[in-house]
Design a protein around this ligand. Structure first.
Ligand code: GUN
Length: 297
C-alpha cells in the first residue's frame, strides 16, 4: 500500500442513477395520468457497430424501466444521408414522439453535422443542436448534453462542492469536453470552477493535470491517465469506455476507461469507476431531458 494513499471513494453512477430515476418514474406516471400517454423517446442507429448497439439498447431498456415508451429505429450502414434526413423530418413531425437521438458515430458518408442541424431543437434530447448548445452557453433553458450534464448531476448527488476548484478537462469534443468546460465554469452549484481545457496540442499535459482538484478525462485512449499525472486528493471523473479483447471473460472483452483506475484511485478522494460511473449518468440525463421534452410538447 502506498503510504501517501488517500482513502478514495467511488462516485457510483449506478447508485446515483437509481435515486434520480426513481424521481423520473414518478414524473412519467404524472405525464401518463395528465396526457394519457407516456413520455416517448426514439433512438436511431445506423449500421451495426457492436458498441453503439449496446449503448442504444441500454438507453431503450432504461426508458422502459422508468415507464417511458421507447422505439429503436435501425437502418443499414448503407443508408444515404438523404434517407436519414427524411427519417429525421418524419420524427420531427411525429406528434406521438417527445424526443429522439441519432446515435453517433454515423457512417463516414453521412455528414453528422447536417443531421444534427436537421433535428428539431425541441426534440433534441441529446442537447447537440447548436440552438441547445447556445442556450447552454448563455445559461438559458434548453437541453443540456447528456454526458456533461450527467457528470454535474453525479457531483450534485454526492454533495461535492466544486466552487473555487481548479477543474481540468482533458479532451475538447463537441459532445463532452467543450460543454463540460462550460458547465463547470458557470455560476452554479456544482460549478464555479476555474477551468482549463486541455487537448492534443497542450504542452506538458501532466504538469497541467497535476494541478487539477477536479480532473475530467474524455480523450478516448485506454488508461491514458497514470498516477504521476494526478494530484493527491483529486476528484477524478473518467468518461472513457473501451472494449479490450479478453479471452478469460465469457463476453470476450473487458471494459477500461481513459484513466488507469488501479494506479490512480489510491491518490483520489473520489473517482468514477468504469463501468458504473459516467455511463449510467449519461443515460439518466437522457431520461431527464426526455421527461422535460414531454412536459413541453
Ligand atoms: N455516441 C457516444 N455518446 C453519445 C451520446 O451521448 N449520444 C449520441 N447520440 N451518440 C453518442
Amino acid at each position: 500500500m502506498n503510504p501517501t494513499a488517500v482513502s478514495y471513494q467511488r462516485l457510483d453512477g449506478r447508485a446515483a442513477s437509481e435515486a434520480i430515476r426513481g424521481r423520473i418514474a414518478e414524473g412519467a406516471a404524472r405525464v401518463r395520468a395528465q396526457r394519457g400517454r407516456a413520455p416517448h423517446l426514439a433512438a436511431v442507429l445506423v449500421g451495426d457497430d457492436g458498441a453503439s448497439l449496446t449503448y442504444v439498447t441500454s438507453k431503450v431498456k432504461a426508458c422502459e424501466a422508468v415507464g417511458f415508451r421507447s422505439t429503436l429505429i435501425r437502418r443499414p450502414a448503407a443508408t444515404t444521408e438523404a434517407e436519414l434526413l427524411a427519417l429525421v423530418a418524419q420524427l420531427n413531425a411525429d406528434p406521438e414522439l417527445d424526443g429522439y437521438i441519432v446515435q453517433l458515430p454515423l457512417p463516414a458518408h453521412i455528414n453528422a453535422e447536417k443531421v444534427t442541424l436537421a433535428i428539431d431543437p425541441r426534440k433534441d434530447v441529446d442537447g447537440f443542436h447548436p440552438e441547445n448548445l447556445g442556450r447552454m452557453v448563455l445559461g438559458q433553458p434548453g437541453f443540456l448534453p447528456a454526458t456533461p450534464s450527467g457528470i454535474m448531476q453525479l457531483l450534485a448527488q454526492y454533495g461535492i462542492k466544486t466552487a473555487g476548484m481548479h477543474a481540468v478537462v482533458v479532451g475538447r469534443s463537441h459532445i463532452v469536453g467543450t460543454p463540460m468546460s462550460i458547465l463547470l465554469s458557470r455560476n452554479a452549484d456544482p460549478g464555479n470552477c476555474t477551468v482549463t481545457l486541455a487537448h492534443s496540442r497542450t504542452q506538458d499535459l501532466a504538469a497541467i493535470t497535476r494541478q487539477a482538484d477536479l480532473l475530467v478525462v474524455a480523450i478516448g485512449k485506454p488508461e491514458f491517465i497514470t498516477a504521476d499525472m494526478v494530484k493527491e486528493g483529486a476528484i477524478v471523473v473518467d468518461v472513457g469506455i473501451h472494449r479490450i479483447a479478453d479471452d478469460t471473460r465469457s463476453s470476450g472483452f473487458r471494459l477500461l476507461g481513459d484513466v488507469h483506475f488501479a494506479k490512480v484511485a489510491p491518490k483520489c478522494t473520489w473517482i468514477t469507476p468504469v463501468p458504473g460511473g459516467v455511463g449510467p449518468m449519461t443515460i439518466t440525463s437522457l431520461l431527464v431531458n426526455t421527461l422535460k421534452a414531454s412536459d413541453q410538447s
